[in-house]
Design a protein around this ligand. Structure first.
Ligand SMILES: [Zn+2]
Length: 85
C-alpha cells in the first residue's frame, strides 16, 4: 500500500497518508485546507524498497549458484583456521 507524505501549503503541516485505490487525502488533517503538496519522499521509500529487493535477489542468486562453492569456501576457511593455530 503506497504511503505518501503530504505537506499543507496553508499551515506547513506535514503528514503521511495511505493512498488506497488512488484516493488521496484532499484536506490537511490539521487545518483542513485543501492546498496539499505531495512530497517526493515517497520516491525515496520506493527506491529503498527496490534496493532491498535487489539485495534479496542477489542473496537468492548466491544461494542458487550452488552449495559446492559455499562448501569449498567453508573448507578453505576451516583450513586457514587450522593453520592459524
Ligand atoms: Zn494545514
Amino acid at each position: 500500500m503506497p504511503l505518501f507524505d503530504y505537506r499543507c501549503r496553508a499551515c506547513g503541516h506535514t503528514f503521511e497518508a495511505l493512498v488506497r485505490n488512488d484516493i488521496q487525502p484532499d484536506a490537511c488533517e490539521q487545518c483542513h485546507a485543501k492546498d496539499l503538496e505531495r512530497l517526493p519522499s515517497a520516491v525515496a521509500v520506493t527506491s529503498k524498497e527496490k534496493l532491498q529487493a535487489a539485495a534479496d535477489s542477489k542473496r537468492h542468486k548466491a544461494a542458487a549458484i550452488g552449495r559446492q562453492e559455499t562448501m569449498a569456501e567453508q573448507r578453505e576457511i576451516e583450513h586457514h583456521r587450522k593453520e592459524d593455530h
